[in-house]
Design a protein around this ligand. Structure first.
Ligand code: FAD
Ligand code: DLZ
Ligand code: SF4
Length: 511
């Protein structure tokens, strides 16, 4: 008998571990384990989503005629970890071999790599066939390059999969159409409401489990509108392609109070757990362009996120682990302020983004990068604490994708391996791309003083404090020239304002 272990983010019927499964001979093991649910205290909605999706996937496998051992979290026999469960099940069923698809996280791979010697059974770890670039291909591409830039990686991927190509050239003549994208939101903008899926009996019984076992975890469990089956996830994708994709590019960076979903796809958690596959999503998006339903700037921008960024960050993760998780270029030491959990702050942009996150286990890219992340960067919060927060709060968060986005893209903790410069910004960026500042206690146009938007002085304070590390960066020449022309008096005021603000932040006083 061959025992095939399917992890919670491997819910794809064509996953490599199941490619040659023999229904009468083999068994499939899936388990809800305490260790995975608590190695960080995941958002309640994330746990409910994943457990419900796992249970539905197990039912689908059973309906297809496979023998499935599904271990629920509160099964009294449950040993609480992958290793404990595999040990227990192999003891009972005595398989000749264990087959598993490569786990998405370094932590789990290291654990699995010594099962074979511990159990005395062959353990085959197969490549994850859902990703479009293998870690080996990424290593080849990176080899000998001084700088790794997503844009060049993305072009190779376009060619490899023949996506939006016209022979050897990109359709429309340009690889990247971002100059046509990223408009500020207009007052009248009313994004369509997202499709909602009604929780069924399986999901409701998971709610009960989450209430009982994870009541101290962050986040709201309900309302719960997520898809939990592939069929539902495909419907969500279809609705995105029809209703939102045509405007995706234009409003990709826009933020509106009370509109957490905007024109984004909200499919990252389905992609990351396997209910949707990247290539099918990319090809479906390409079709909307070829059939004339969405413009090229929107479709190219969307495809770049999945074929480019998603694969690129995974490549970086496997190239740089385990050292990547310890990077701290700026030696940032501040503890994570309580406001990241409570949303209790007068800074309206931060408050809105924390509250959206708490309610939905979702915030879109610019909320994550330019509000929540930008603040963490400017305030000098310890990357370890910031990474843990991001890993907890989003339904799509797994270390392989979360860590490069946080340590690399957002905090520049890797010193510029992933991004060419820090994504630091003052209040004017947030004001241009959102309506948050209109309802804020602070004044975005004021640069210093108690009424001034804290992003404004924290921004300059960040460059003052990290000048020795950043001055040589050719992309920051303009910022340093402005800083030099600022004059001693203004520089001192900026420093004093930042000091006063950060002192309050450290005491968890309301800022
Ligand atoms: P859309 O805006 O509709 O984009 C389409 C798809 O492209 C996404 O579903 C996602 O699969 C992919 N994508 C877009 N940007 C990225 C990116 N930078 N890296 C990888 N894939 C991308 N994404 C995660 O999946 N998990 C995370 O834990 C995660 N943490 C992040 C933390 C920070 C600080 C930042 C700045 C970004 C993070 N992202 C993460 C990337 C991105 O913000 C989310 O993928 C996106 O917001 C998910 O929403 P969506 O499905 O509506 O995406
Ligand atoms: C995220 C998560 C959670 C909360 N719980 C489980 C679980 O109980 N069982 C499981 O198989 N997977 C879970 N996951 C997803 C895993 O963390 C993910 O599969 C690994 O991180 C992959 O390396
Ligand atoms: Fe955020 Fe500053 Fe605007 Fe307030 S004024 S919402 S703190 S950017």
């Amino acid at each position: 008998m061959v025992l095939r272990l399917v992890l919670g983010d491997q819910l794809s019927h064509n996953i490599s571990s199941l490619s040659d499964v023999v229904p009468k001979r083999d068994a499939i093991l899936m388990c809800e384990v305490w260790e995975e649910a608590t190695y960080v205290k995941h958002h309640k909605k994330k746990i409910a989503f994943l457990f419900s999706a796992m249970r539905h996937f197990a039912e689908e496998l059973t309906d297809k005629g496979f023998r499935v051992h599904y271990i629920k979290l509160d099964d009294p026999k449950n040993k609480g970890s992958f290793r404990g469960e595999i040990r227990r099940i192999t003891h009972i069923h005595k398989p000749d071999q264990i087959i598993i698809t490569m786990p998405s996280e370094y932590r789990v791979l290291k654990d699995i790599q010594d099962w074979e010697s511990e159990l005395g059974i062959s353990v085959e770890i197969r490549s994850d066939n859902r990703f479009l670039c293998t870690p080996e291909e990424m290593a080849d591409w990176a080899n000998g390059r001084k700088q790794l830039r997503m844009e060049y990686f993305y072009r190779e991927m376009r060619k490899k999969y023949n996506i939006l190509m016209d022979g050897n050239r990109p359709v429309g003549g340009k690889w990247n159409l971002d100059t046509q994208n990223r408009k500020p939101p207009s007052k009248e903008l009313r994004p369509p409401s997202p499709t909602t899926c009604v929780p069924d009996v399986t999901t409701k019984s998971v709610f009960d489990l989450v209430h009982r076992k994870f009541s101290t975890h962050f986040g709201d469990l309900e309302p719960f509108h997520y898809a939990v089956t592939r069929k539902q996830a495909l419907q969500k994708l279809k609705d995105f392609l029809n209703l939102r994709l045509p405007h995706f590019g234009e409003y990709q960076d826009a933020m509106l109070q009370g509109e957490p979903w905007m024109y984004h796809s909200h499919i990252s958690h389905y992609l990351n757990c396997g209910l949707l596959e990247p290539l099918e999503v990319i090809q479906a998006a390409e079709c909307t362009f070829t059939e004339g339903h969405a413009p090229l700037n929107a479709v190219e921008g969307f495809i770049r996120q999945i074929l480019g960024w998603r694969e690129y960050v995974r490549g970086i993760y496997w190239l740089k682990m385990p050292e990547y998780s310890k990077e701290n270029f700026f030696n940032a030491q501040r503890k994570l302020p309580w406001l990241y959990w409570s949303g209790d702050t007068k800074m309206n942009c931060l408050r809105q983004c924390v509250l959206d996150t708490k309610q939905n286990a979702y915030a879109h890219h610019i909320q994550r990068l330019m509000v929540l992340g930008n603040f963490a960067l400017l305030a000098g919060i310890d990357p370890k604490e910031v990474n843990e927060w991001y890993l907890i709060v989003y339904a799509d968060a797994y270390e392989w994708v979360e860590l490069p986005n946080v340590s690399g893209m957002t905090l520049f903790a890797d010193g510029g391996y992933l991004a060419s410069k820090p994504y630091a910004a003052g209040g004017s960026y947030i004001n241009r791309m959102s309506d948050y500042c209109k309802s804020c206690t602070y004044n975005v146009n004021k640069k210093t003083g108690p009424q001034a938007c804290p992003f404004n002085y924290l921004y300059w304070n960040f460059f003052i404090c990290n000048a020795d590390k950043l001055r040589g960066n050719p992309r920051l020449g303009h910022s340093f020239r402005t800083l030099e022309n600022m004059g001693v008096k203004k520089t001192e005021t900026v420093k004093a304002d930042a000091k006063r603000f950060l002192k309050k932040l450290d005491r968890d006083e309301q800022v």
